[in-house]
Design a protein around this ligand. Structure first.
Ligand code: AMP
Length: 281
């Protein structure tokens, strides 16, 4: 496994790799580290679908607002490298901030995610978040030139906005959307779960239970969003729900659910930790 930390090394490595293996495919798995089984499932998909797998580990400052947990965000370099080694990753790219952002922000080309998709839901409480996500993802795409890039459905809005960027900018990359990995009890895995106490984890299970209740109701024929939300809110009793919405792929709220194009998104705060979960139809 190659561990690279500069953009120059990475460019050089990719150029050689492509020159020597012009027909081989490259899979990119962008992460912020503190790797768990959710990340692992993305890595495994990449290994199944591509000849080479690159995992990037970078806590991207431009997607955090000043009041957010950038400094506190869990960093586990050694453990992450062990996991990558054990999973037989080909390249780990682990740059310092100055590598990805060598210039002051006023001298950098920035990026605007489409307003209608980026200023709602996560973007409403985290202005500029998706601009930062697209900025780093585009830099990583350009550096690694992947055939496919793997993203989790856990971050549904992020996945849809990245898919949109690929379409809008005609990027020659296939985005692979990977299902949410959960604990046995149902909690969606997240690097932020380490902040939760045992009681907090128990409370957090109400989020996936609420989504299950919605699935069950849909199976029974309920299609009205209002009725479905009511069912979910009953399960989420005593939980601080930031939002619970039923939307289409453009992230617009819909009154009646439609097969294959509906997303139910829940964000709740437990013990001060923001937890995201969702359901894709
Ligand atoms: P992060 O390190 O949190 O930026 O996540 C890196 C990638 O892993 C993103 O594409 C996430 O959507 C994905 N991911 C995080 N948690 C999970 C999970 N529980 N199941 C599947 N994918 C996940």
């Amino acid at each position: 496994m190659q561990v690279l930390s500069t953009t120059e090394e990475l460019r050089h490595y990719i150029a050689n790799l492509k020159a020597e293996n012009p027909n081989k495919t490259i899979g990119l798995v962008p992460t912020m580290g503190a790797l768990h089984n959710g990340h692992l499932s993305l890595i495994q998909q990449s290994k199944e679908q591509c000849d080479y797998t690159i995992v990037s580990i970078f806590v991207n400052p431009t997607q955090f607002a000043p009041n957010e947990d950038f400094d506190k965000y869990p960093r586990k370099k050694e453990a992450d490298l062990n996991i990558c080694q054990k999973t037989d990753v080909d390249i780990v790219f682990m740059p310092e901030i100055a590598q990805m952002y060598p210039l002051d922000s006023t001298l950098q080309t920035t990026f605007n995610a489409p307003k209608n998709m980026a200023n709602v839901l996560e973007g409403k409480t985290r202005p500029g978040h998706f601009d930062g996500v697209l900025q780093i993802v585009l830099k990583l795409f350009n550096l690694t030139q992947p055939t496919k890039a793997f993203f989790g459905q856990k971050d549904a809005q992020q996945l849809l906005i990245i898919q949109k960027m690929v379409e809008d900018l005609f990027l020659p990359i296939t985005i692979v959307s990977c299902p949410i990995v959960r604990t046995q009890e149902g909690l969606a895995l997240s690097s932020r779960n380490v902040y939760l106490s045992e009681n907090g984890k128990k409370d957090a299970l109400k989020i996936s239970s609420a989504l299950n209740a919605i699935t069950k109701a849909i199976m029974q024929g309920i299609q009205d969003s209002k009725a479905l939300k009511k069912i979910a809110f009953e399960v989420l009793e005593n939980i601080e729900v930031e939002y619970l919405v039923i939307v289409n792929r453009e992230l617009e709220e819909i009154k009646t659910i439609k097969k294959d194009s509906t997303l139910v998104l829940i964000v709740a705060r437990i013990e001060g930790v923001r937890l995201l979960d969702n359901l894709w139809f």
